[in-house]
Design a protein around this ligand. Structure first.
Ligand code: ARG
Length: 468
C-alpha cells in the first residue's frame, strides 16, 4: 500500500478493501497532464511571492516535467497510490527529496481537483466542439450532393409532405449548432480558476491568484473559496450538453436505422459500419448506429448520477464528489466516439434513389397542396380540408394517386378545380412551391447551404491540444 499524504495522524492503516474503495487513481490518473500543469503554475507563483526560492521552484518544475514525460511515455500501474495528486507528489519527493515537499504549500487536494477538472473540461469541450463542426461539415456536403432527391417527410412516422432530402440534413445541422452553443456556455462557466481556495477557507499566504489564472489560461478567478471547492455545476453543464448532443445523434441513428430497413430501403449503411448475424447469413445489421442510440442511455444516466450525488451535500468538499469523475469521463469518451462514428457513417452513406422515388407514391403527400389550391380559389381552409379528405378517400377506393384522377373526377368534389390543379399534385412541384424562408424550396435550401458553409467556416473554434 502506497504512503498516504495524511497518514501521520493515524495509528492503523486502511483495511485493504476500504483502501481500494477510497482510491480514485484507477480513473483520475488520466488527469495527470492537468495536475502537473496546475502544479507548475502554483510552484512558479510560490516562488514569485517568496514562499519558495527560485532555485527550489526550478528544481520542482524540472522534475514535474520529467514526471509528465515518464507518464506520457508509459503509464505504469499506479494502483498503490490513493489518487493522481498523491502519485505526482510522491514521485516528486522521490526525485528531488525534501524540496518536493514544499509544493503543496497553500494548496489542498480540494482546490487542486477542482482545478484539474476545470482544465480537463476546457480541453474536452474544445475537442467536442471541433468534432461537432466536422460532423456539420459532412451534413452540409451530404445536403449539397443530393439536392435533387425528394423524400416523403413524416409526422407520426406517416407520410406527410414531400421535402428535399437536403432540407432534412440541414435540420440536423441546426441541432448541432445549438449543441455547440451549449458547450460554449459550459466553457464560460468552467473558465474560473479555483486555486488559492485551499481546503475551503483560502490561504494565509498572499498568493498571486491572478498570476496562476493567467498562466493556466483562465478568464476569471473564483470569488468565494467555499463555493470554489464545492462547485460541480460546470460538470453538470458538461454532462447536460453531452446528453443533448447524444439525443441528437440518437435521433439521426434512429432515422437511418429505419431508412436502411428493407421496408424503407432509402439508404444503404456502409459495410464498415454494419455487422452480420451469426445465424442468418443474409443479415446486415446497423449495429454502430444502434449502439449510438443505445449509448445515449448511459450518457443520460451520467447526468442523473452526478445530479443525485450533489443534491444532498452540505458545503464544502465531501468525498461523495469523487464520484463526479467516472460519469464525466464516460460521457466525454462516449460522445466523442459517437460524433466521430456518425461522421464516418454519413460520409459513406448511399441513397437509393429508386426506392425513395417509389415512396413518393401511395401516401397522398400532396393532399395539403390540393387544399391550399382550393383556398387560393376562395374556399375557406376548413372546407377545403374536408373536400380533400373526401377526394383522398375516393382515390384510395379507386387505387389511384391524386395526380391520376381525371379533371372530371376532381371537379365532382369542387367546381372551382381546373386544369391547373395538376401543377399542385406533383411532389416535385409541391417542393418547388415552398420557397418561403426556412422552407424546403430548392432555391432557399441552396441559399442556406451557402450561408451555413460560410457560417461554419467563419466560426473560430478554440484551438485544441493540451500543451504544458
Ligand atoms: N480524489 C479526490 C476527488 O476526486 C481528490 C480530492 C480529495 N480531497 C480530500 N479532501 N480527500 O475528489
Amino acid at each position: 500500500m502506497g504512503e498516504k499524504l495524511w497518514e501521520s495522524r493515524f495509528k492503523e492503516s486502511l483495511d485493504p478493501l476500504a483502501n481500494r474503495f477510497n482510491a480514485s487513481i484507477s480513473f483520475d490518473k488520466r488527469l495527470y497532464p492537468y495536475d502537473i500543469k496546475g502544479s507548475i503554475a502554483h510552484c512558479r507563483m510560490l516562488a514569485k511571492i517568496g514562499v519558495i526560492s527560485e532555485q527550489e521552484a526550478e528544481k520542482i518544475i524540472k522534475a514535474l516535467y520529467e514526471i509528465k514525460e515518464e507518464l506520457d511515455h508509459k503509464m505504469p500501474s499506479l494502483d498503490e497510490y490513493e489518487d493522481i495528486h498523491t502519485f505526482v507528489e510522491t514521485r516528486l519527493v522521490e526525485k528531488i527529496g525534501d524540496t518536493g515537499r514544499k509544493l503543496h504549500t497553500a494548496r489542498s487536494r480540494n482546490d487542486q481537483i477542482a482545478l484539474d477538472m476545470r482544465l480537463f473540461i476546457k480541453d474536452a469541450v474544445k475537442d467536442i466542439l471541433s468534432r461537432i463542426k466536422q460532423l456539420q461539415k459532412v451534413l452540409i456536403t451530404t445536403a449539397e450532393r443530393h439536392l435533387d432527391i425528394i423524400i416523403p417527410g413524416y409526422t407520426h412516422l406517416q407520410r406527410a409532405q414531400p421535402v428535399l432530402l437536403s432540407h432534412y440534413f440541414l435540420a440536423y445541422y441546426e441541432m448541432f449548432q445549438r449543441d455547440k452553443d451549449r458547450f460554449l456556455q459550459t466553457i464560460k462557466r468552467t473558465d474560473v480558476m479555483p486555486l488559492g481556495s485551499a481546503a475551503l477557507a483560502g490561504s494565509s499566504f498572499e498568493l498571486d491568484r491572478n498570476m496562476v489564472a493567467k498562466e493556466l489560461g483562465f478568464k476569471e478567478i473564483s470569488r468565494n473559496s467555499i463555493d470554489a471547492v464545492s462547485d460541480r455545476d460546470f460538470l453538470l453543464d458538461f454532462l447536460y450538453s453531452c446528453a443533448v448532443t447524444m439525443m441528437h445523434l440518437s435521433r439521426i441513428s434512429e432515422e437511418l436505422i429505419i431508412w436502411s430497413s428493407y421496408e424503407f430501403g432509402f439508404v444503404t449503411i456502409p459495410d464498415a459500419y454494419a455487422t452480420g448475424s451469426s445465424i442468418m447469413p443474409q443479415k446486415k445489421n446497423p449495429d454502430i448506429l444502434e449502439l449510438i442510440r443505445g449509448k445515449t442511455g448511459r450518457v443520460y444516466g451520467n447526468l442523473v448520477s452526478l445530479l443525485t450525488v450533489m443534491k444532498g451535500l452540505p458545503l464544502t468538499y465531501n468525498k461523495d464528489m469523487q464520484e463526479d469523475k467516472e460519469p464525466v469521463f464516460d460521457s466525454y469518451d462516449t460522445t466523442r466516439d459517437c460524433l466521430e462514428l456518425m461522421k464516418r457513417t454519413l460520409e459513406k452513406l448511399s441513397f437509393n434513389r429508386e426506392k425513395i422515388k417509389a415512396a413518393l407514391k401511395g401516401g397522398y403527400i400532396t393532399a395539403t397542396d390540393l387544399a391550399e389550391y382550393l383556398v387560393r380559389k376562395g374556399v375557406p381552409f376548413r372546407t377545403a380540408h374536408r373536400i380533400v379528405g373526401k377526394i383522398v378517400l375516393y382515390a384510395i377506393e379507386k387505387e389511384k394517386e391524386l395526380w391520376e384522377l381525371s379533371l372530371d373526377e376532381l371537379k365532382s368534389f369542387s367546381s372551382v378545380i381546373e386544369e391547373d390543379i395538376y401543377e399542385w399534385l406533383d411532389p416535385i412541384k409541391s417542393v418547388q412551391k415552398r420557397e418561403i424562408f426556412g422552407g424546403t424550396g430548392p432555391e432557399h435550401v441552396k441559399k442556406m447551404i451557402k450561408e451555413l458553409k460560410k457560417e461554419l467556416e467563419s466560426q473560430l473554434l478554440l484551438p485544441t491540444g493540451r500543451s504544458l
